[in-house]
Design a protein around this ligand. Structure first.
Ligand code: PLP
Length: 363
């Protein structure tokens, strides 16, 4: 008997997560998955523990308490919010709902690998556009739109390049979309951006019928382990996603923790301040050590290594791992010459800077 998956499935290169262990190092610093160095707020942990009493009971099926908390926090309509088991789930559900065999999903090179996975899993055609100077180029995207384009995924800010597309450019992209195409703004890192010309996407969703914004509790809220994300959608899209998602896709402990995390603004502000200070310092110090580092608006930085024996990203990674510094190799993002470094705790950041300096000094 031969079991054959749908066309596209076997073309998928399985997602490569950030590594979490460095064999042999006495102390390790996991700076490979853009998690918060602070983890969740104490209030979120308390709320998570408070779920003990209801562990035996199915949660309310629409994540109502979380949708209502998000709606109140951001001033949105709760019935246009869909929660997911991480924003990963929602990004995938969008393809499950809207992409038919042979239809196209467009995204930029060097962006989050899930877009391609979700496309191929639905027998869709991935249209990966070039990213000159590692930036999403709206003109190139517009030129590649066809009547078959159903989804345009854009990570804003982008992982792993740490740059962003301005609100005006996003609007320009939106205006060029063909009929029946959804613009998916993946705003997983939006909380970290402090730029006047940036918008996470709420206004664009509110003012149109074909834009979805996804957000996550995995980054600034420090809840990556319990998997909570959400989308703000047009009503009709929320309706479609709600038909397709698993009935109890966000567990009760995750819902409670996320509600509490949202309310603890002091924790978020503290994480943000730390990120601003250390992102700038990491960039300055790593550049001063002789590396090319791109500007960043997120909670990570992209470091480039030369194609020179002994100096490559693989050589650097080996050296860094021996010192317990776990960064993210970017081969799966089409950037094998780069390592991505998450802004960590002060101790971790100082250890990363010292290790990079020492690697630069190796003869
Ligand atoms: C750009 C981007 N979008 C989405 C996600 C997924 O986040 P979640 O933990 O909510 O599934 C990530 C995770 O690293 C990401 O980098």
């Amino acid at each position: 008997m031969t079991l054959t998956p749908k066309s596209g499935v076997l073309d998928i290169e399985a997602y490569v997560p950030g590594r979490s262990q460095a064999a042999g190092a006495a102390k390790t610093f996991k700076l490979s998955s853009n998690e918060s160095p602070f983890g969740p707020s104490a209030e979120a942990i308390k709320a998570y523990r408070g779920a003990e009493a209801v562990l035996g009971i199915y949660p309310e099926g629409t994540a109502r308490i979380l949708r209502e908390a998000i709606a109140a926090h951001f001033g949105l309509a709760a019935d246009r919010i869909v929660c997911g088991n991480g924003s990963d789930e929602i990004l995938t559900l969008l393809a499950n709902c809207y992409l038919r065999q042979g239809e196209e999903a467009l995204f930029a090179a060097h962006s989050f690998s899930l877009y391609k996975i979700a496309t191929l899993a639905n027998s869709g055609i991935p249209v990966e556009i070039p990213a000159p100077e590692l930036r999403f180029d709206v003109d190139i995207a517009v030129a590649k739109l066809t009547p078959k384009t159903r989804l345009v995924y854009i990570a804003n800010p982008n992982n792993p390049t740490a740059n962003y597309v301005s609100a005006a450019e996003l609007r320009r992209l939106h205006q060029a979309l063909p009929d029946g195409c959804i613009l998916v703004i993946d705003a997983a890192y939006s909380e970290y951006v402090r730029r006047n010309d940036f918008e996470a996407g709420i206004e664009l969703v509110s003012g149109s019928q074909n834009v979805v914004m996804t957000r996550t509790f995995s980054k600034i809220y420090g809840l990556a382990g319990i998997r909570v994300g959400w989308a703000y959608c047009p009503k009709a899209v929320a309706d479609a996603l709600n038909r397709v998602r698993a009935p109890f896709n966000v567990n009760i402990a995750a819902q409670k923790a996320a509600v509490a995390a949202l309310a603890d603004r002091a924790h978020v502000e503290m994480s943000l301040r730390h990120n601003e200070i250390w992102r700038a310092r990491l960039i300055d110090e790593i550049r001063a050590a002789g590396y090319r580092v791109d500007d960043s608006v997120a909670n990570f930085v992209l470091i480039h290594f030369p194609d020179q024996p002994g100096r490559t990203s693989l050589d650097a990674d080996r050296f860094l791992m021996s010192r317990g510094i776990i960064m993210r190799g970017c081969g799966s993002y089409g950037l094998p010459q780069c390592l991505r470094l998450t802004v960590g705790s002060e101790t971790a950041n100082l250890a990363a800077i010292a290790a990079l300096r020492d690697f630069a000094a190796v003869k």
